[in-house]
Design a protein around this ligand. Structure first.
Ligand code: ASP
Ligand code: MG
Length: 405
């Protein structure tokens, strides 16, 4: 049996008409001789609506009941998709996580998949049915309903593909693939035919919202090829797959940017052991994720420390920093929201020299000042003034030969 998993996001099932289109597409795939498993998200806006309802009841909803509530959007969606298939003369059956079962840990709202029992779905496929599975949800050992975190249906889909030994997991979404840069700000950007798991993981952590990060981790671990494509046409999208030799020929695969971070600085703190820990411990306790960090020591035994956080966390981080500043006798504390992070990603960087130098000189030629730098084996990121974002993306895209194809 050649199994294909097809996942449809909220916008792809956003209306009854779209649900019918999804049903037809699933049936077309089946008609090509494939055994088809659909994974479906809640209709567009539904999950947000449910979350809002919960918060209208109480500011701190019980976590078990919260997951019981927000998982219902998917229940409605799988039933509707199955009905649509059946009404069009096909054969389909919907499944919730507990019916299969998709076992997770007990971490409500951010549960991780532990195992999936493939038997029931296999039986269904053998009978010639399309199995329509609710994304985003799971069930814990005790039978409680759990959810995987916002955007978690991608992870449901890839995990199912891995458990079923599917030949591909197709993610149908409202973009037609992964691009060399955001085409809205970089007209020379083009769609990538393929990208490696590692590059996709870097891009997800840089804020690209195409795929849920954990879905890429699972895809990498179990070698599931993931095809990101649009649900609104037959056009091929981008294949996320194991790295091949050709991928390494290109130094850089994509240019990314993120305008949603803020830079905080605490200046004039003693340059002695333990200070950084004193600053970052309370930040961590507040569940604030820190991205880049730099420290500048001066000759007088003092240091300035800057770091970036999500803009939504900046206010809280600033408050914490102000409190620490008093105890450390720091000279000042400040926050800068007008920054952006621009990054280049590419597996080819592992084997090429001079990539960082080229990145910096490209920005320098445009008079763009670099405030912070961080790197990984396959990524370089810089923080710059926000007003230069578009310019930086365009010149980097050009400099690394992404515009020529
Ligand atoms: N419906 C859920 C959400 O909006 C899961 C998903 O769409 O992937 O987060
Ligand atoms: Mg999504």
């Amino acid at each position: 049996m050649d199994i294909v998993v097809q996942k449809f996001g909220g916008t792809s099932v956003g209306s009854i008409e779209k649900i019918r289109n999804v049903a037809q597409r699933l049936m077309r795939t089946q008609a090509q001789g494939k055994a088809v498993v659909a994974v479906v998200s809640a209709m567009a806006g539904k999950t947000d609506q449910l979350i809002q309802l919960a918060h209208e009841v109480t500011e701190t909803p019980d976590r078990r009941e919260y997951d019981a509530l927000v998982s219902t959007g998917e229940q409605a969606a799988v039933a509707l998709v199955s009905m649509a298939i059946n009404s069009l003369g096909g054969k389909a059956r919907s499944f919730l996580a507990y019916q299969i079962k998709i076992l997770t840990d007990e971490a409500y709202s951010k549960a991780r998949i532990v195992s999936i029992e493939a038997g029931k779905l296999m039986d269904e496929l053998e009978k010639g049915s399309i199995a329509v599975v609710a994304g985003f949800q799971g069930v814990d050992e005790a039978g409680n309903i759990t959810t995987l975190g916002r955007g978690g249906s991608d992870t449901s889909a890839v995990a199912l593909a891995a458990a079923l030994g599917a030949e591909v997991c197709e993610i149908f979404t409202d973009v037609d693939g992964v691009y060399t840069a955001d085409p809205n700000i970089c007209p020379a950007a083009h769609k990538l035919e393929k990208i490696s798991y590692d590059e996709m993981l870097e891009m997800a952590s840089l804020g690209a919202k195409v795929l849920h990060t954990r879905s890429v981790e699972i895809a990498k671990k179990y070698r599931v090829p993931v095809h990101v494509r649009t649900s609104f046409s037959e056009e091929e999208g981008t294949m996320v797959k194991l790295e091949d030799e050709e991928m390494e020929k290109y130094i850089v695969t994509a240019v990314n940017y993120n305008r949603n971070e803020a830079k905080l600085t605490i200046a004039g703190v003693p340059d002695v052991p333990g200070v950084a820990a004193k600053i970052f411990e309370p930040i961590a306790e507040a569940n604030i994720n820190v991205d880049m960090i730099i420290q500048n020591a001066s000759s007088d035994g003092m240091a300035d420390l800057s770091f970036t956080v999500a803009q939504t966390d900046a206010k809280q981080a600033l408050k914490i920093l102000q409190e620490i500043a008093t105890t450390l006798n720091a000279a000042s504390v400040s926050v800068d929201n007008d920054i952006a992070k621009v990054s280049i990603v590419g597996v080819g960087m592992r084997s090429h020299y001079g990539v960082a130098a080229k990145f910096f000189s490209t920005l320098a030629q445009e008079g763009i000042n670099i405030m912070m730098i961080s790197t990984s084996e396959i990524k370089i990121s810089c923080v710059i003034q926000e007003k230069y974002t578009e310019l930086a993306v365009r010149v980097l895209h050009e400099a690394f030969n992404l515009s020529s194809e």
